[in-house]
Write a protein that binds this ligand. Sequence first.
Ligand code: ACO
Length: 421
Amino acid sequence: MTSDAAAPVVRTLTEDDFPDWLRALHTGFLRPPTPSAEEVAIRLPYQDFARTRGAFDPDTGRCVATFRSFAQEVTAVGGAAVPASAVSAVTVSPTHRRRGLLGRMMRAELAESRERGDVLATLIAAEYPIYGRFGFGPASWLTHWRVDLRRAGLDPRWSGPEDGGRIDLVDGATVRKLGPELYDRVRAVRHGMVSRSARDWQRRTGEDVPASDRWTEPFHATYRSASGELEGYVAYAADETWDDGKQPMNTATVRDLVALTPAAERALWRYVCAIDWVTLVDSGHRAPDDLLPLLLPDPRAARVVTHADMMWVRILDVVRALEARTYATEGSLVLDVRDADGLTGGRFLLDASRDGASCTPTATRADLALDVADLGALYLGDESVTRLAALGRVEEATTGAAARADVLFRASRRAWCPDIF
Ligand SMILES: CC(=O)SCCNC(=O)CCNC(=O)[C@H](O)C(C)(C)COP(=O)(O)OP(=O)(O)OC[C@H]1O[C@@H](n2cnc3c(N)ncnc32)[C@H](O)[C@@H]1OP(=O)(O)O
């Protein structure tokens, strides 16, 4: 049912709107609504009001919907950093739901992002059914394991990396200093990862974090190779659970684990799985093909707790998006891309060669026809064209085109976005 009340005004914010906007954000996310003065003061300097939208009820003047975006880079298959607009803080208050406010804010944002020259829009969807209608597709998936170390079969005598590398516990300030450069090297070689701002590192390490974030200090450990190179880092927290029989039953929860080399990744997981008192390891958000379960002598000790869609991608510029990534082999395909919002649809000839890929508008007969949301789902190599064709979502006009597209689009590792934004 639509209310007779006057439609809210959707606009970008001024500084004065911010406390009310924050209240609306908390309301939508079901947190205690009224922000403290401390929270407003801490968050204020990090707001880009030109990219923060709100909807304001004309009768009450109150903010009833929130939306923001920020500049981000997404690593494409092959390592290119693709400019994206990351969408976040999307809420509509329960008093104003299902009157089209999200649609108004999203369409304004996507048009502006396309104008700005962003190639993709990205988001982490709170609920699966919300964003497909706006051309987003689930482009990366996460798996979250809980490892029962009593069943894993690991050698309890482990005392550090066997490869001459070393692990050191460090403090948050050290992570703020060393983490960004390490992380940028890692994201340059793993598709699906996204850039992190200095503010992200502050929030991970507890600098300038409002009480409402409920941050607690984690342990941070680095891995250095035998030659002293920093190659990996882990942040983990532990609880203080003991069972009735006076046995430690602590869970180590990994908040962040990034590694430049497989040796670093193996060593950091091994380290977390060898901490005294820890009987359970909670892996946090990993790629579905993470090394963790197969590092255990008994991989069944790693039980999948969550397997779900993670980052959603909305392609805003088909030509630049498809030219930015690499392909597993040489080949060409004509794609008919439907975009109901008229941002980037059309027919395109994708030509992948040893020298790179070109994507050009064409009038040639299409091999495959698909919605822009499905192209988003395929973009990071983490979905099968054949599967989407079997679902009736990709139309195969040329026999064998779906299988050819799979060979081109798939990657040897799964896409991974570890960050919630
Ligand atoms: C990137 C992020 O920030 S993810 C966080 C998203 N926020 C939340 O989940 C917080 C709680 N939910 C909300 O605040 C709101 O329900 C929102 C923002 C999800 C939706 O806002 P609304 O203004 O009600 O959406 P709007 O009226 O524009 O709906 C557009 C369409 O999406 C559909 N839709 C909206 N939300 C949902 C949902 N949660 N599940 C299924 N369909 C939905 C509507 O039915 C409508 O469909 P139609 O075009 O076929 O009629």
